[in-house]
Ligand binder design. Structure first.
Ligand code: NAD
Length: 500
């Protein structure tokens, strides 16, 4: 019997009465059930939002350093439990990089805790000498935080740690694929002494997420996930102007490899970008845009290195590079795109698909699929849609035609991450100036961001409110305060203050 894990509302672990339930399952070994959780219905979501609303005035009144103390204690608990948390991340979402996810979450929380003792406004000169003017920040109120499954520890903490230090209260809904990671975060915040109602957790699926977003008492939605869901959230918030939405969505990252590239570095960047986390990163590379003159060297080296990738259950084999896909639907989705490529007659270099290896039969394992275009075709769906798995296309461009490489790179409705491998400084600079992405890398893969940089995309990939350190702008209102120290009123712009 799997253990049932309760929601966390108003400082108590609480089971929504009569709610349907779902299970969290290890995608590398589906007989391993991590726990049972409620699909929280709308009325119970309401209870959580009300708890957050009630807690807001008192939490806002707590001093910033003291609010940050809670986060600091949370960091200590994360460090104490680091090994166990890393294993939990790997067990629940299958990726071998559980430890990196936990470390990233710790880094985010450290930044948030530091904000408690850093300036949070600005002093601004008034044109009237007897006036002082300030830019102040105020919390916006109750924030809905909704996260995806692929960074089940770090991303939730991007979404609400800074928001809490700024004085907001939170209702968090973790992904239905990784609810136990969300539960551990709630457990540690409880242990760290977060006051009742300041942080609340509701489990559930898209319907629970929708009920949370659409609750009238929500002031802001911090969402990370697919474009399709992000778009729905933005549409709802656009129709309800008292709500704002920060939506960080998917990507279709390109890696340009020019004839001036260090080939060894290029091959490594391509393998890491395409296949780390089994291609299930928002920033995963799915388009390799390669100068045709280096294809004869690059392609065999890339294929050879890709064939060496070790795929498996990272809890059983510490040398695994790639885990499984998150669930059966994900396997089916990736395989649909693989089949689209096969049916189109494009050259398939690695046939990928669901893994038939006996050691993989207990989980949702796939192997890498690599194909090569002869002519670039912007209408080819596998080059335009987010696949979120091990499917990579090699797109040759005419020798030395850097303009064409950039055109192909930018020819997507997404704009999250992009990279170039080149030792030519002019190419690197052109890329820096003209690549239409929010996360840009030179001589690196498209993965590997750090939390003290903004993390966000352009076009479909985001709506201009990047996560991580810059989320602070989004979770605060800016207020202009002017204080007069004279015994008379003087107005700016030469405006007369005479009343007649
Ligand atoms: P998803 O969009 O399916 O789900 C994300 C969250 O939204 C889940 O908690 C889900 O329950 C909830 N949800 C679903 N429907 C909803 C609705 N109508 N209203 C409110 N909430 C709803 O994404 P996923 O499969 O969990 O994660 C993968 C996606 O996330 C990929 O597209 C990936 O690129 C993206 N992602 C983006 C970033 C980024 O920072 N840009 C980071 C990681 C993942």
């Amino acid at each position: 019997m799997a253990e049932f894990f309760k929601n966390y509302v108003a400082g108590e672990f609480h089971s929504p009465p009569g709610a349907e339930r779902f299970f969290s399952v290890n995608p590398a070994r589906t007989s391993d059930v991590l726990g049972e959780f409620a699909i929280t219905p709308a009325e119970e979501v309401s209870r959580a939002v009300e708890a957050a609303r009630q807690a807001f005035p008192a939490w806002k009144a707590v001093s910033r350093p003291l609010r940050a103390e809670v986060i600091d204690r949370f960091v200590q608990l994360c460090k104490k439990n680091q090994e166990e948390l890393a294993k939990l991340v790997t067990r629940e979402c299958g990726k071998p990089e559980g430890m990196a996810d936990v470390i990233e979450g710790i880094h985010m929380s450290q930044v948030a805790a530091a904000f408690g003792r850093l300036p949070y406004g600005e002093v601004i000169g008034s044109e009237i000498a007897s006036k002082d003017a300030f830019l102040l920040r105020r919390p916006v109120g109750v924030i809905a935080a909704i996260s995806p499954w692929n960074f089940p520890f770090a991303i939730p903490l991007w979404l609400f740690q800074i928001a809490m230090v700024e004085g907001n209260t939170i209702v968090f809904k973790p992904s239905e694929d990784t609810p136990l990671c969300g539960q551990r975060i709630a457990g540690m915040l409880h242990e760290a002494g977060v006051p009742p109602g300041v942080f609340n957790l509701v489990h559930g699926d898209g319907a629970t997420g929708k009920a949370l977003v659409e609750h009238e008492d929500i002031n802001a939605v911090c969402f990370t996930g697919s474009y399709e869901v992000g778009r729905l959230i933005r549409m709802h918030c656009a129709a309800h102007p008292h709500k704002r939405a920060a939506t960080e969505c998917g990507g279709k990252s390109g890696l340009i490899i020019t004839k001036h590239a260090n080939l060894e570095l290029a091959v490594n960047a391509a393998v890491l970008g395409c296949f780390r986390t089994a291609g299930q990163r928002c920033v995963s590379t799915s388009r390799l845009i390669v100068d045709e003159s280096i294809l004869p060297k690059f392609v065999p080296a890339f294929i050879e290195r890709t064939k060496q990738i070790r795929i498996g259950d990272a809890l059983r084999d510490p040398n695994v590079f790639c885990g499984p896909q998150i669930n059966r639907e994900a396997v089916e989705k990736v395989e649909r795109y693989n089949q689209m490529v096969r049916d189109s007659g494009r050259k398939v270099l690695l046939n990928g698909g669901p893994s038939a290896a006996p050691e993989h039969r207990e989980g949702h394992f796939m192997s890498p699929f690599v194909y090569q275009m002869d002519q670039y075709d912007s209408s080819f769906r596998p080059l335009q849609e987010e696949i979120f798995g091990m499917n990579a296309g090699i797109i040759p461009y005419p020798e030395g035609d850097f303009e064409e490489a950039l055109r192909i790179h930018n020819d997507t409705e997404y704009g999250l991450a992009g990279a170039i491998i080149t030792d030519d400084m002019r190419e690197a600079r052109e890329f820096k100036e003209r690549a239409e992405v929010g996360l840009m890398y030179i001589n690196l893969p498209t993965i590997g961001a750090e939390v003290h940089l903004p993390f966000g995309g352009l076009k479909r990939s985001g709506n201009g409110h990047p996560s991580a350190i810059t989320l602070r702008e989004f979770v605060t209102d800016k207020v202009a305060l002017t204080h007069n120290f004279s015994s008379s009123i003087q107005l700016a712009q030469g405006l007369s203050a005479k009343v007649q």
